[in-house]
Design a binder for this molecule. Structure first.
Ligand SMILES: [Zn+2]
Length: 205
């Protein structure tokens, strides 16, 4: 693409680094911004910078948070004896949207994937084990994608957790194999949490 302006080219280049954004879409977005009031564009860039500089990870569950402890962990209405283990913040949002879950979360920050060089030490696994040791936890629910990586992660976590006196369950896999949590509709996801099954009996199938 030949640009008539270096400034335009730089802006398009930055947008096209975003996932799913090709050069044409990037150009359309940049031209759209150029048509906005300067104050709107200012607000946009301040929001991005503030997000990047000020966002934290909850020190209890590692979800993305505005504070050192997120609103879910800080709430007295939540059942802290039930921990739902998820891959990332999108899964927390999806499960919260179901209004079917009143426990707390633990965000792993990814899934074990030997192919991509992601091992347990790259994820919030030790912190989960420590959390279970230090708190009265009755149940851990695995709500991970029904993919090879999701299953590998659950298998590994189960090995680490099986000696604790807790119930270990997994969400019912109404979700097709290869299904990612964030694409599941709220009703199906809510139902699969409500009808969760003990992990060991899920293996027998
Ligand atoms: Zn939290």
């Amino acid at each position: 693409m030949n640009f008539s302006s270096k400034l335009l080219e730089n802006a398009v280049l930055e947008f096209s680094k975003l996932p799913g954004i090709g050069q044409k879409t990037a150009l359309r977005l940049v031209l759209h911004l150029l048509n906005q009031d300067k104050s709107d564009v200012e607000r946009f860039s301040v929001a991005m910078t503030k997000l990047r500089n000020e966002i934290q990870h909850c020190r209890v569950c590692f979800n993305i948070s505005d504070h050192t402890v997120c609103e879910i962990c800080a709430s007295h209405k939540r059942d802290r004896g039930t921990i739902c283990v998820v891959e990332d913040t999108r899964d927390v949002m999806a499960i919260e949207n179901t209004n079917q879950y009143n426990g707390v979360y633990h965000v792993l920050g990814g899934l074990i994937s030997p192919m991509d060089g992601v091992g347990p030490s790259d994820l919030e696994v030790d912190t989960l084990v420590e959390r279970i040791k230090a708190n009265e936890v009755r149940e851990v629910i695995f709500a991970l994608s029904a993919t090879m990586e999701g299953d590998t992660t659950i298998f590994y976590l189960h090995k680490r957790l099986k000696d604790f006196k807790i119930n270990i369950s997994t969400i019912a896999r109404g979700i097709a194999f290869g299904g990612e949590l964030e694409y599941v509709d709220e009703i199906t996801l809510g139902r699969s949490i409500a009808t969760r099954v003990p992990y060991e009996s899920s293996l027998a199938k």
